[in-house]
Write a protein that binds this ligand. Structure first.
Ligand code: 13P
Length: 255
C-alpha cells in the first residue's frame, strides 16, 4: 500500500531564524506521528540548519529546485549533490512557478530528473494545467505531454524513486482548490498514463500528491480519494499549527 505524504513547500519564505523556530516546534509537535511521511522544503539558505534540527525526527527535508549538472560554471545554481550534502532526501522539480517565472520546460525538467536520479534524492516532479488550458478542454493533453516529456528515458526501476505532484496552476495560491472530484479525476488519469507506459505495478506504487490551496479545512476530503496520496502545500505549510493539523488529519485517515 502507498504511504501518505504531507510536504510543505515554503517557496521564498522564512529567513534562517524563522526556519529554526519552525523546525524546533515541528519536531516537538510530531513526536506521536507514526505513519505519515512528513517533508519540509525550506529555501536553500535554511536546508542544512533545518535538517540538523529535524534529523532525529520523522520529518525529512527537501529542496525546491535543483540544477541539472553535478558541478561547474553555473553561477548562482545549486546541484543535487549539494542538496544531498545538506542532509536533504527530496527535491521538487518543475514547480509551476519555475515554469512560469523562470522558463522551465518539460525538457529541462527531464534533464534535472535524470541527474537527480543518479543521487540518493527522491524527486517530486510537478505537473498541472493553467486555467486557460482547463477552460479550453486541454487538461488531459497538457498532463499527458508534461508527463511524457518529463519522464522521457526513465526505466521502470528509476520511476520507483519518483513522486509526482499534480498542481493545477489555477489553484495555486489563489484560495481556489480543485474539488476532490476534479483532483481525483486527474490523479486517476495520471495513474492510467503511468500504467500504460510503465505497467500496472508501477501505477499501483507511484505516489501522486495534490497541490493547490490545500488547507486544514479541505485536506481530509482530498486525501480520502483513492488516487490522492498526499499534499504538496504552500501557504498553509508556513504556519506550524496548520501544518501539524494537516499531518494529524492525515495520520487519522490512515488509521
Ligand atoms: P498553495 O498551497 O499556497 O496554493 O501552494 C501550492 C503549491 O504551489 C505547493 O507547491
Amino acid at each position: 500500500m502507498r504511504t501518505k505524504i504531507i510536504a510543505g513547500n515554503w517557496k521564498m519564505n522564512k529567513v534562517a531564524a524563522e526556519a529554526i523556530a519552525f523546525a524546533r516546534d515541528l519536531k516537538v509537535k510530531t513526536l506521536n506521528i507514526r505513519k505519515t511521511e512528513i517533508i519540509v522544503c525550506p529555501p536553500f539558505t535554511a536546508l542544512a540548519i533545518v535538517h540538523d534540527i529535524l534529523k532525529d525526527s520523522r520529518a525529512e527535508v527537501g529542496a525546491q529546485n535543483v540544477h541539472f549538472a553535478a558541478s561547474g560554471a553555473y553561477t548562482g545554481e545549486i546541484s543535487a549533490e549539494m542538496i544531498e550534502s545538506a542532509g536533504c532526501r527530496h527535491v521538487i522539480i518543475g514547480h509551476s512557478e519555475r515554469r512560469q517565472y523562470f522558463g522551465e520546460t518539460n525538457q529541462l525538467v527531464n534533464q534535472k530528473l535524470i541527474h537527480v536520479l543518479t543521487t540518493s534524492l527522491t524527486p517530486i516532479v510537478c505537473i498541472g494545467e493553467t486555467l486557460e488550458q482547463r477552460q479550453s478542454g486541454q487538461t488531459e493533453n497538457v498532463i499527458r505531454t508534461q508527463l511524457e516529456e518529463s519522464l522521457t528515458g526513465l526505466t521502470t526501476d528509476q520511476l520507483k524513486r519518483v513522486v509526482l505532484a499534480y498542481e493545477p496552476v489555477w489553484a495555486i495560491g489563489t484560495g481556489v482548490t480543485a474539488t476532490p472530484e476534479q483532483a481525483e479525476e486527474v490523479h486517476k488519469f495520471i495513474r492510467e498514463l503511468i500504467r500504460s507506459r510503465f505497467g500496472q505495478k508501477s501505477s499501483d506504487l507511484i505516489q501522486i500528491l495534490y497541490g493547490g490551496s490545500v488547507k486544514p479545512d479541505n485536506i481530509r476530503d482530498l486525501l480520502s480519494r483513492t488516487d490522492i496520496d498526499g499534499g504538496l502545500i504552500g501557504g498553509a505549510s508556513l504556519n506550524v499549527a496548520s501544518f501539524v493539523e494537516m499531518i494529524k488529519i492525515t495520520e487519522d485517515l490512515i488509521n
